[in-house]
Design a protein around this ligand. Structure first.
Ligand SMILES: *[C@@H]1O[C@H](CO)[C@@H](O)[C@H](O)[C@H]1NC(C)=O
Ligand SMILES: *[C@@H]1O[C@H](CO)[C@@H](O)[C@H](O)[C@H]1NC(C)=O
Ligand SMILES: *[C@@H]1O[C@H](CO)[C@@H](O)[C@H](O)[C@H]1NC(C)=O
Ligand SMILES: *[C@@H]1O[C@H](CO)[C@@H](O)[C@H](O)[C@H]1NC(C)=O
Ligand SMILES: *[C@@H]1O[C@H](CO)[C@@H](O)[C@H](O)[C@H]1NC(C)=O
Length: 451
C-alpha cells in the first residue's frame, strides 16, 4: 500500500515537474512562425541581378541578417531544399548556399517551415509528412535566430543554444564553425549541380588525422602534424578561423586543430594556413566541392561588384609552397582524369591500355576483367601510383606475387600497386586517376580480360 502510493506520488511529482518545465519553456507567440513554400519564384539567371549558386529558382523567407537569408531553392522542378544563402544582390556575384537542412529529402510546393510553441523547428512537405526537424520539442526553446556569423540557432531562456546549424554542416564551414570528435565530424560533398544528394567525397576528423576520402574509405589527402605522431596525442576538433599575422594588415584563413594530451611545452593547437588576405573578412566559407577539392571563398562588404573572391584551392595547378600554404598537385584528386587516366603535373597525359599508353580522353576506361580464374591477366605500368598511395601505408607483402594473388582472389580488385623498394602493396577497387611519379620502383598492375 505504502509503496504503491509513494510511486503514485512520484508519478504525480514527475507530471507536475514536467508541466512546470514545459510552461517555463514555451515559445512566446510572437517568436513562433509558419512559412509556406508558395508564391513568386525568383530565377537566378544571368539577366537578373539576383543570382544564386547552382542557378536554381528560389523563394526567400523572412528571417534575414546581413548577409544571410533562409530560402527554399530548387534545381529540379518541385524538389526544394531549405537552405541559408550568403550574400546580397549588390554584391552582384553568385551567392552560395552555406547551410542546408534537407539534402536528399526535397520538399514540394506548399511545404511548410514552422516553429511551434513547443520549440520544435519542423520542415513538413505539403502532405504533412516531416522531411526534416530539429527534434527539440519541450526542451526549453524560447526563440529562433540567424546570427551574424551565419549560425542558425534555437535559444533557451538563458541564451544557450539548444540547437545550432553549426552542429549540422553539409559541405561548408563558416568562420568559427568546427568539426569535432564525438560531434559533427565530417563534411560530405554534393553529388552534382542539379542533384542535391550526398556525393562521393568527405572531409573527416579522426582522432589521429583530418582526411579526405573518396567513397568513405579511399583516403586521398591528409595533412601531417609531427605532434600527432606521439601515441597519446589526439585531435579534438578542427575550426575554420581567421587570424591576424604579425605583419601589418594581413590576415590568414586557417584551420586550427585542438589537440588533447599535447606536451605542455608545445602549443595545444596546430594550424594549417589556407589563404592570406589584406582585410579581415569574417564572412568567408570553406567548401568541400562537387569535385572533392577544398576551396575557401571570402566576401568583401561594401563593394558593388565581385564581392566574392576565391582565396584558396587545395588541389591547385601549381604546387606552390609560398608562405607555408599547403597545396597539392591536381593529380591527387581521384576524378581528375576520369575513370582511368594517367596524370602528370596536374595534366591528364595518357590513357593506359594493354597495348601501351594512348592519348588521354575523358572516356578512357578499363574493360571489366570478370572473376573467372584464368579469365583475366595483368599488364604493367612503371613509375605510376594510385591516388591512395601517397596518404595510406598499404600492406607489407614479401613479394609482388603475394600482392597479385590478393588481387586475383578479390573479384572487386581492378588492379594492384606495388613498391619494390619497400615491399608495400595497395589493392585498388577503383582505379580513377593514376599519377606518374618517375620512380621505377613504383609499379602498377591493371587487371584485364584475356581475349
Ligand atoms: C517578441 O516579444 C518580445 C517581448 O515584447 C520582444 O523582446 C521580442 O523581440 C519579440 N520577438 C520578435 C521576433 O518580434
Ligand atoms: C498550394 O496551396 C494553395 C492554397 O491552398 C493552392 O491553391 C495551390 O493549388 C497549392 N499548390 C500546389 C502545387 O499544390
Ligand atoms: C575581424 O573582425 C571581427 C568583427 O567584424 C572581429 O570580431 C574579429 O576579432 C576580427 N579578427 C581579427 C583577426 O582582427
Ligand atoms: C578544441 O579542443 C581543444 C582541446 O580539447 C579545446 O580546448 C577547445 O576549446 C576546442 N575548441 C572548440 C572550438 O571546440
Ligand atoms: C623512389 O621512391 C622511394 C620511396 O618510395 C625513394 O626512397 C627513392 O629514393 C625513390 N627513387 C627515385 C629514383 O626517386
Amino acid at each position: 500500500m505504502t509503496s504503491s502510493s509513494s510511486s503514485l506520488s512520484l508519478i504525480f511529482f514527475c507530471f507536475m515537474f514536467r508541466l512546470i518545465s514545459i510552461s517555463d519553456a514555451i515559445v512566446p507567440p510572437n517568436e513562433t512562425f509558419h512559412y509556406v513554400n508558395n508564391g513568386d519564384l525568383f530565377f537566378g539567371n544571368e539577366y537578373l541581378i539576383y543570382d544564386s549558386e547552382y542557378a536554381p529558382t528560389y523563394r526567400v523567407l523572412p528571417p534575414y541578417i546581413f548577409p544571410f537569408r533562409l530560402c527554399f531553392y530548387n534545381t529540379t522542378p518541385n524538389a526544394y531544399t531549405l537552405a541559408l544563402r550568403m550574400g546580397r544582390y549588390r554584391g552582384a556575384t553568385v551567392m552560395p548556399w552555406v547551410w542546408e537542412a534537407n539534402r536528399g529529402k526535397p520538399v514540394r510546393e506548399n511545404a511548410t517551415l514552422s516553429l511551434g510553441s513547443d520549440g520544435n523547428l519542423v520542415l513538413a512537405d505539403a502532405d504533412g509528412r516531416i522531411a526534416w526537424q530539429t527534434n527539440t520539442p519541450n526542451i526549453g526553446v524560447v526563440g529562433f535566430a540567424i546570427l551574424s556569423d551565419g549560425n542558425v540557432v534555437l535559444r533557451d531562456s538563458k541564451g544557450n543554444f539548444v540547437w545550432q546549424s553549426f552542429d549540422h554542416p553539409t559541405d561548408t564551414l563558416l568562420i568559427g564553425q568546427s568539426l569535432r570528435i564525438g560531434g559533427p565530424y565530417k563534411l560530405v560533398s554534393r553529388e552534382s549541380v542539379t542533384n542535391n544528394v550526398n556525393g562521393a567525397y568527405s572531409l573527416v576528423i579522426e582522432p589521429k588525422r583530418l582526411a579526405l576520402y573518396y567513397k568513405n574509405d579511399m583516403r586521398y589527402w591528409s595533412p601531417s602534424f609531427s605532434e600527432l605522431n606521439r601515441r597519446n596525442v589526439m585531435l579534438a576538433n578542427v575550426t575554420f578561423k581567421i587570424a591576424e599575422t604579425d605583419y601589418v594588415e594581413t590576415y590568414f584563413h586557417e584551420l586550427e586543430f585542438g589537440l588533447v594530451n599535447a606536451r605542455p611545452r608545445f602549443a595545444h593547437t596546430a594550424y594549417l594556413v589556407l589563404g592570406r588576405i589584406q582585410y579581415n573578412s569574417s564572412l568567408s566559407y570553406l567548401r568541400l566541392g562537387i569535385d572533392g577539392n577544398i576551396r575557401v571563398y571570402t566576401y568583401r562588404r561594401n563593394v558593388r561588384t565581385q564581392a566574392w573572391t576565391l582565396l584558396y584551392t587545395l588541389f591547385d595547378k601549381t604546387e606552390n609552397v609560398d608562405g607555408g600554404l599547403i597545396f597539392e598537385d591536381e593529380c591527387q584528386q581521384p576524378n581528375r582524369c576520369g575513370n582511368f587516366g594517367l596524370c602528370e603535373d596536374s595534366q591528364c597525359v595518357g590513357c593506359p591500355t594493354p597495348n601501351g599508353v594512348f592519348a588521354w580522353s575523358k572516356d578512357c576506361d578499363t574493360k571489366p576483367p570478370g572473376c573467372k580464374p584464368g579469365g583475366f591477366t595483368y599488364y604493367q605500368l612503371k613509375g605510376v601510383d594510385h591516388f591512395t598511395v601517397k596518404y595510406t601505408a598499404g600492406n607489407h607483402f614479401a613479394s609482388r606475387s603475394d600482392c597479385e594473388s590478393k588481387c586475383s582472389k578479390d573479384c572487386g580488385c581492378l588492379g594492384y600497386f606495388y613498391h619494390t623498394d619497400n615491399s608495400r602493396c595497395w589493392i585498388a577497387h577503383e582505379l580513377k586517376t593514376l599519377t606518374r611519379v618517375g620512380n621505377s620502383t613504383h609499379l602498377a598492375y591493371i587487371k584485364t580480360p584475356v581475349r
